[in-house]
Write a protein that binds this ligand. Sequence first.
Ligand SMILES: NC(=O)c1ccc[n+]([C@@H]2O[C@H](COP(=O)([O-])OP(=O)(O)OC[C@H]3O[C@@H](n4cnc5c(N)ncnc54)[C@H](O)[C@@H]3O)[C@@H](O)[C@H]2O)c1
Length: 242
Amino acid sequence: MITGAGQGIGLAIARRIEKDGYHVVALDRVAQTAERTAELVDGTACVVDVSDDESVGQCAAMLRDTFGSVDVLVNNAGYWRHETFEEGTEDGAHDIFDVNVLGAWRIARHLLPLFNPGGAIVNVTSIAVNCPPFDLGLYPATKAALLGLTRQLAVQLGPKGIRVNAVAPGLIRTPGSAKAYQDGARNRLLATLPIPRAGEPEDIADVVSFLVGQDARYITGEEIRVDGGLLLVGAGDRRVHG
Ligand SMILES: NC(=O)c1ccc[n+]([C@@H]2O[C@H](COP(=O)([O-])OP(=O)(O)OC[C@H]3O[C@@H](n4cnc5c(N)ncnc54)[C@H](O)[C@@H]3O)[C@@H](O)[C@H]2O)c1
């Protein structure tokens, strides 16, 4: 089960996980893209908003009835919004936590009874926790909370034979972030990275594949940064993230 599988990093993860031999359930709130991904990987679509508990429950019931069990969950669905501290609103704050943090918690809670021992969960966090951009509001706070959830679940699910880890992407070129790449400041920053280019969704997907696979069998509660070395050289112009 990959959430936010309709495009970007989630789509790349769906493709990679399918190559690894799994049947992919592509969850996205956008029907058209969820179905396109499902078709591409010969998988199953689930059109669900991760902030809607009832729909998530229905998707889990479909999984149980169709497949009986789950081996891998990748909580990738998430979003960011450009706003300063002063521009933030109460409703906006609740919504971003509801999707980025509670979305992952909700899916994990509904799927847990279906998990096979030997299974693995990967949560997609962000380097924004370590170098918060100037204007991403509560986004870094949501990803820090998701990392906390990752570690809590790792402790709780370890004895059940389920590992839980996180991947923290750097600056990855996706439909969601495409606009930022029209900006000269973003491109100048990318040129200063130890690996001087934007990250591609596949750079993240390959690490997710490692973390859910047997080669990572003794790793749990860990976060792997996949940022081309961005944190080593600093965030540069902090307005270019996102
Ligand atoms: N692109 C980057 O540079 C970058 C950097 C760090 C972290 N991330 C994280 O990686 C993840 C994927 O990012 P992306 O760049 O591929 O984004 P994207 O916007 O291109 O794709 C996100 C996908 O998630 C889906 N989605 C969003 N909210 C949802 C919800 N409530 N329920 C179900 N589906 C939902 C969208 O419909 C979309 O298909 C996000 O969690 C993001 O925070 C991205």
